[in-house]
Every structure is written in structure tokens, then in C-alpha cells.
Ligand binder design. Structure first.
Ligand code: GLA
Length: 727
């Protein structure tokens, strides 16, 4: 077993290092655990960057002889309040006598030879890749609280996994009111911050800005990770997509989170991620423990593409379920934008016929098949087949699809309940609501109380039944509203524990279902990307990232999502025009190219197409199947940002070939031609472009670039497909 973690007892430093990344901490004065370095691999450390501290008025000190050792300046690994740090803390604990003061000092540490598997939270999975975990125990002997900090490093990943755990060693109960997963103090060096904001139909909007003095905080209090500010933050100074250092953080968690950046009065920069402390608390009785979710800290010296590629690799290797890691995902035809709620047996039979004829691999029956579901107002929870629409049920359709050699999937929104359902009449106490208030509706529905074991069992039973009785091999799991009134009618814990307990209940259901049915493909959806985060990836190999299928808006949404998520995990559908969300008309070629840049499918009335239209679809599917391996498993590069002008371009490549899509939106008469520089080619090899059969050297395509025609018209796409020629 190789060693990636070392403790040097002579200078009290911890070093985590592999060929890509190094992370260093020091125990100062045998007490404080401080941060020294997170970045490119270094061979040896002799405190070259340790700040020369000075005594300062107002700076408190534990040792009057050394006033320069003040918590006010120390770069803490896990800052706590009321002890002179005066910045945003990472942990806060209320003790029984309402005392909030704690003082955590280094106590001991241990090193384990693998990654940590959390039983009730998604986590970085152990695989064949060697890993080590450092656990540092901080202890407050007055309050008798132990704080354990976990750091895992894998052999080949430029990612450090961090998390924390509080243990109540004393006899009195305590209340954890804040526990982040990671906190890092570094020098402010004119870094920019990159985060995302977004909304329904406009997810993953890039937000790159200067960091001012003070506290910048984003997060979610929506009960889901949410598109508002997904759990991602990066720091970069002069990085481009290809060059420069990028430090990025994300969280393996699907509920309320927070990200804080604090640039302080001495120009130190604190960067933090974890559970949202405004919507969280957790009571611990004597001997009990609480684990935070895991944060992922990635470092790249190859710009933002490098940062994304290391997340893509890490998610594929350590989050996505091993069954689905490298399995081809079926090309779907989904019924939603075809007829919305108006589905029936005859229609779906026709859909199966057309789908199998054109080369689709799975038919998905979306919303509308159960209860009396003719609008969003009813029937969630009454998961019995609507026999008016499907007189012989769903199973004959699944069997019919099987005969035609294609799969069958079905839509569920398992966490929800509509008013006027049998379920609500039977179990009014299953609704999420506080004692004194009528809960708010969202999309005409309430949320089920997933902290209730009976509710969890109901959902597991309902989905198991659909999987076994219908025989479906795909489930689209939707969540079309976010939380309000987050409380249970039957539980007695504090309401501020609720949001996290909901997520634990949710994860328990997903654990059960994905363990019992590892071969069923679960697709995540929350009106698109309303709950997309690394935690969801642990259970859902793919996500419908936006309800917006428009040929322009999708460029930004897919571009943004690729900062974190591997292409295999992002689904994209070709839909009809005028687009149902924007009314915009964009050519089939452009819409197809956008969907082809993801885990591809369709959602349109293919049964009503002309012969010519069907032929185009058949050809598109054929082409995608030929290219699926490189799109799903190749390396993804962003080439030109749609947040930055009129074009968007990206590329998929492996050793032998590269596929580049260039989207040029509005035609400008003064652009004589477009020029695109193509990175990551072998400079010693020749490449042939497949449409024109022209041959170019790799070095000229990278350095001179390739000139493309600036064709008239808006929203056009050009595809460049390069194949390396044998030497
Ligand atoms: C959400 C999803 C859609 C569709 C509808 C069904 O909006 O994002 O894809 O499934 O629900 O009601």
C-alpha cells in the first residue's frame, strides 16, 4: 500500500499528496490545527509560505508571551466562534446550560487505508483506486465534545474529500447549530469567484465576480440543492478554460447547503461549504455523533476544463453506481411534450412501434398514466393505473416494447401528494406541515413527510410494485416543488432538524431501491435541474437538467452544468418547434446537435412525422449510436462560452478522434468566417475531417485553428469530426 498521508512529528505537519495534488496542515503550539497549502503537488514543505505574524491591538491570544499567535490571524482548518477568530465559523454548538462557547484543540489523529463509507449519506465510494483517510480529532475538554475532521485522498484523483463529525462525550445533551463540511483559509490574491445561479428553465447560469471585503454567502433553504445557487464554488486568478489554477469545491448533498467566502481585514480569504446553518440544528444525547456530508475539493492547473475533467472522472469513478458507470444509456423517447397528460394505451403502442422502427432504445411514459391525472392538480399519491386511459394496464405495453426489443420506463413523483386523493384521506398526517399553519401549495401539491418510516415504506412499496408488476427498467423520479412548512405532524424532534432528516429519509429510500434493483435506470428530475448535485449522482446515474429544450437557452444550461457533471449524467432531448418554453424556432440540426452533446433522447410527437422527418430522426439516431462512446466516455472540453458572446463551442475527444460542435447564434454580416482552435490533438499526427475529407495536422488545428463558413441565418451549428490518420 502506497502512502499518501504523512504526519511529521518533528514539525507537526500533516501532508496529503499524490502526483496531482498536495494538501498540508500544521498543529500550531500543540493546539490549533491550521491550513498551510492546497494545490499542485509539492515534494517537500519547509514553511516557505508561513505568514510572519505580528502583534496587533484587538487580537486576542492564548499566550501573553506570544501575542502574535492570535486566532485572529491563524488560517484555521475548522474555525469556531467566541475565541478570537472573529470570522465566519465552521461549527457552533449549544450546550445544555445555553452556553455557546467551545474551544477545540488538537488531540490525536489516525490514518486509515481506504475511504470512509457513510451509512446514511451518499459518499465517495471505495474502488480499486487506492485511498487513505486521515482523521484528526480535536477535543474540547471543558464541554466534553469531540470534533473529528476527515480527509481522504485517492491515488490518481486531484480531489480531496473532507467531512466532519461531532461526538458528545459528556453526560448532558448538546445541540449542534452549525457544522460545515470544509473550511479553508488562504491569502486573498485577487482571485475571482465562480458560482452558478438559476431558476426553473434557466439552470446553471455562470456568475464570475471579484471578491470584495466582507462575507459573500449563497446556498439553498428550499429543501433541495436547487438551481437557485447549486453547491459549487471555484476560485481562480487568471485562469482560462485551458490554463491557470482553479480551486473548486462542491458538496455530496441534495438538501439545504451553504457556501461562504469571506475576505477579511487582513486580506485573508476563507472559503467554506456545508449544511445550511440557518435551517439546521441537531440534538446529540450523551455518546451520540453527527456526521456532516462530504465536500470535494479539487485542484487544477489546467484551467476550468481541467477542473471539470477531474470532477467528471471523480464522479464517474466514485459516485455513479458501478453498474451504470460504463454501461451504454438507452436513447429515450419520452411522451411528455408529445401529448402532456393526454396519454393512452393506443398512443403508447403507436409510440413503441415508431420508436422501435426509428432506432430508439426505450419508451418513457411520462406523467398522466395514474389516478385521474389530467392536470397537475390531482392524483399524486394515488399510484394506480388509470384504466380509462390504459384498460389493460401497463404490463402489456412493457411486454409489447420487449417484443420490439426496446425498454420501457415510467414517470413517478414519489415524494408528493395532491389534495383530494385517496392517500390524503387515508393518511392526512403524512403531509409535511407544521402544527399551526396550513401548508402552502406548490404546483397544486403537498410534500410527503419523508421522516416518517411508514411514508418511506409506502414509497419503496409503490416503486417496487411498479418495477416488478409492470416490468419497467427505467424510472423517472420527479420533484416538482420545493419545501415550505418543513415539519412533521408526528415527530417530536426540533423543527430545525427537519430538512436534514427529510434528506436522510429520502436517501434511505434511494439506497433500498437502488440496492434491490441495480439494473433499473433511475433518472433524476426536479422540473429539470431543480435538485441536481453530486449526492443525487450517487443514486441517479443521469439527470434531466432542464425543462427548457430551446436551441439557444440549452447552450448556456449545458455549458454551465458541465463545470461539474460528466456528460453521461446530463440528459438532453430533441423537442418540437416552435419551442414549447420559448416559442423560438431553431433548426432540427441545431437541436439535434445540442441533444447529441448529452445523454441523448427525444420528446416530440414522432408518431405524426412525415416520412422525411422520420428519415432525419433515423439518421440522427444512427449517427449518435456511432458516436455515443466518445460522447459519453471521451474527454469533454468547453471551447467557447455562450455567456461570452454569440458562439458556443465544445468538444469530445479520445486518442483517435474528436467531435466539435460550434453553435453560432445570430448572423453578423461583418464576420467573414469563424475560426476555431482545436486543443488536445496529437501535434505529431494528421487528422482527417470526416465531412470534407480534408487533412490537417494536429499542430495547425491547435495553433492556427480551423476556419469555418459563417453561414447566413440564425442559430446554426457546424460539426467538425476529426479522425487521426494512421502514421
Ligand atoms: C416536470 C418534468 C417534466 C415532466 C413534468 C410532468 O416538469 O421536468 O419533464 O415530467 O414534470 O408533470
Amino acid at each position: 500500500m502506497q502512502k499518501f498521508i504523512r504526519f511529521n512529528s518533528e514539525n507537526n505537519t500533516f501532508t496529503l499528496s499524490n502526483n496531482h495534488i498536495t494538501y498540508i496542515m500544521e498543529i500550531v503550539e500543540h493546539t490549533y490545527l491550521v491550513h498551510r497549502y492546497w494545490g499542485k503537488q509539492i515534494t517537500d514543505y519547509h514553511f516557505s509560505n508561513r505568514p510572519l505574524l505580528k502583534k496587533k491591538t484587538f487580537a486576542a491570544t492564548p499566550n501573553n508571551e506570544k501575542p502574535e499567535i492570535s486566532p485572529e490571524f491563524l488560517p484555521f482548518e475548522f474555525p469556531f466562534p467566541h475565541q478570537g477568530d472573529y470570522r465566519n465559523s465552521a461549527v457552533q454548538i449549544l450546550q445544555e446550560n445555553t452556553n455557546e462557547i467551545t474551544r477545540f484543540c488538537y488531540n490525536s489523529h489516525e490514518i486509515q487505508n481506504d475511504a470512509i463509507e457513510l451509512t446514511d449519506l451518499p459518499h465517495a465510494r471505495n474502488t480499486d483506486e487506492q485511498a487513505q483517510t486521515l482523521i484528526i480529532y480535536l477535543y474540547d475538554q471543558i464541554s466534553e465534545i469531540e470534533l473529528a475532521l476527515y480527509y481522504t485522498i485517492f491515488e490518481n484523483s486531484s480531489v480531496i474529500v473532507r467531512s466532519s463529525r461531532v461526538k458528545n462525550i459528556g453526560a448532558q445533551s448538546i445541540k449542534v447549530t452549525k457544522l460545515l463540511s470544509a473550511s479553508i483559509d488562504t491569502r486573498y490574491d485577487q482571485q475571482l469567484s465562480t458560482t452558478f445561479y438559476g431558476t426553473h428553465q434557466k439552470e446553471f447560469q455562470l456568475n464570475r465576480s471579484q471578491i470584495q471585503h466582507g462575507l459573500f454567502k449563497i446556498g439553498s433553504s428550499r429543501g433541495a440543492s436547487s438551481p437557485q445557487y447549486p453547491p459549487f464554488v471555484a476560485l481562480s486568478k487568471d485562469a482560462s478554460e485551458f490554463q491557470g489554477e482553479v480551486h473548486a469545491m462542491t458538496l455530496i448533498y441534495s438538501g439545504n447547503h451553504e457556501i461562504a467566502l469571506e475576505r477579511d481585514q487582513y486580506n485573508h480569504l476563507r472559503i467554506q461549504i456545508g449544511l445550511n446553518s440557518e435551517t439546521f440544528s441537531w440534538r446529540l444525547e450523551a455518546g451520540e455523533m453527527f456526521y456532516s456530508p462530504q465536500a470535494l475539493l479539487s485542484y487544477s492547473d489546467q484551467g476550468f476544463n481541467g477542473s471539470s475533467q477531474s470532477f467528471h472522472q471523480f464522479f464517474t469513478d466514485h459516485l455513479i453506481h458501478p453498474t451504470w458507470k460504463s454501461k451504454d444509456r438507452p436513447i429515450l423517447i419520452n411522451s411528455w411534450e408529445m401529448t402532456y397528460y393526454d396519454v393512452n394505451e393506443q398512443l403508447i403502442r403507436k409510440l413503441i412501434d415508431t420508436a422501435s422502427d426509428l432506432g430508439f432504445e426505450t419508451v418513457v411514459l411520462d406523467d398522466g398514466w395514474f389516478g385521474q391525472r389530467n392536470s397537475s392538480k390531482t392524483s399524486l399519491g394515488d399510484w394506480h393505473v388509470d384504466t380509462e386511459k390504459f384498460p389493460t394496464g401497463i404490463k402489456p405495453l412493457v411486454d409489447y416494447a420487449k417484443q420490439k426489443n426496446i425498454g420501457f420506463g415510467i414517470w413517478f413523483e414519489p415524494e408528493m401528494i395532491s389534495p383530494n386523493t385517496e392517500l390524503i384521506q387515508k393518511h392526512p398526517d403524512w403531509i409535511m406541515k407544521s402544527k399551526n399553519y396550513e401548508p402552502l401549495l406548490g404546483r397544486s401539491q403537498y410534500i410527503l413527510d419523508l421522516t416518517n418510516l411508514e411514508v418511506q415504506e409506502f414509497i419503496i412499496r409503490t416503486l417496487s410494485k411498479a418495477i416488478t408488476e409492470f416490468g419497467v427498467n427505467y424510472i423517472k423520479w420527479d420533484m416538482n416543488r420545493h419545501m415550505t412548512d418543513p415539519f412533521s405532524q408526528i415527530q417530536t424532534f426540533d423543527s430545525s432538524e427537519y430538512s436534514h432528516r427529510y434528506i436522510l429519509g429520502f436517501y434511505r429510500i434511494l439506497n433500498e431501491l437502488t440496492n434491490i434493483y441495480p439494473n433499473v435506470l433511475f433518472e433524476n428530475c426536479s422540473s429539470g435541474g431543480g435538485r441536481l448535485d453530486p449526492g443525487m449522482l450517487f443514486y441517479f446515474p443521469q439527470t434531466w437538467i432542464s425543462d427548457n429544450t430551446d436551441g439557444l437557452d440549452r447552450q448556456q444550461i449545458q455549458y454551465g452544468a458541465s463545470y461539474l457533471f460528466p456528460i453521461s449524467s446530463i440528459t438532453g432531448h430533441v423537442s418540437d418547434v416552435p419551442n414549447h418554453q420559448t416559442n423560438r424556432v431553431v433548426s432540427f440540426k441545431t437541436r439535434a446537435a445540442l441533444a447529441s452533446s448529452t445523454n441523448m433522447g427525444y420528446e416530440m410527437a414522432i408518431i405524426q412525422m412525415t416520412k422525411k422527418e422520420k428519415e432525419s430522426i433515423r439518421n440522427h439516431l444512427k449517427e449518435y449510436k456511432q458516436e455515443r462512446a466518445i460522447i459519453m466516455k471521451g474527454t469533454f472540453y468547453r471551447l467557447h462560452s455562450p455567456f461570452d458572446g454569440n458562439t458556443c463551442a465544445w468538444m469530445f475527444s479520445n486518442e483517435e478522434q474528436a467531435i466539435i460542435y460550434v453553435f453560432r447564434n445570430v448572423y453578423q454580416v461583418y464576420d467573414l468566417s469563424l475560426l476555431i482552435k482545436i486543443p488536445a490533438l496529437d501535434s505529431q499526427s494528421l487528422y482527417q475531417e470526416q465531412a470534407t475529407k480534408q487533412v490537417y495536422s494536429g499542430s495547425e488545428l491547435t495553433n492556427c485553428g480551423l476556419a469555418l463558413e459563417n453561414a447566413k441565418g440564425d442559430f446554426i451549428v457546424q460539426k467538425i469530426h476529426l479522425k487521426k490518420l494512421e502514421q
